[in-house]
Design a protein. Structure first.
Length: 152
């Protein structure tokens, strides 16, 4: 896969161009663990501007279909309050959370994190973004079945 195509594929995992270029430039990775380690390292090195770029690509955390409309309203209000306070979307990695528990967790976490100062919240946000990226990379590689992102 050419580097520009690898970067486009990687941008679907994390919206930071700096992160995607760095991961693509260091191919090949011998296995998924090596790719995830490189991803983590690159994520830890993201500047606030690169985090903001990645966050601009993140969708809002949604409730599953069938959730009560009151829950949707509460989540919309919580997202609005969070964005007003911090200037970016709320992100949380729900990969290890059963779907039936995610609505409560999302609402609880948004409410809890609204009390954070901006610097602490940026640190937490960057960590959640790193966790989201790991999950997306893993699913992308396993879904491709051929390690396409691992090879130049």
């Amino acid at each position: 896969m050419p580097a520009d195509e690898a970067e486009r594929t990687l941008l679907a995992c994390c919206g930071s161009h700096h992160w995607a270029r760095r991961i693509a430039a260091h191919r090949p990775y011998p296995d998924l663990d090596a790719l995830l380690a490189a991803s983590d390292e690159a994520a830890y090195d993201l500047t606030p501007a690169a985090v903001a770029e990645a966050l601009a690509c993140e969708p809002l955390t949604l409730l599953p279909d069938g959730a009560y409309s009151a829950a949707h309203m509460a989540l919309s209000a919580a997202h609005a309050a969070y964005e007003s306070r911090f200037g970016h979307v709320f992100v949380i990695c729900l990969d290890d959370t059963p779907p039936e528990e995610s609505p409560d967790l999302v609402l609880t976490e948004i409410s809890s994190r609204l009390a954070n100062d901006p610097d602490k919240e940026l640190t937490l946000t960057a960590e959640e973004l790193r966790r989201l990226t790991r999950g997306r990379l893993t699913r992308s590689i396993r879904g491709a079945g051929n390690g396409a992102v691992l090879r130049p």
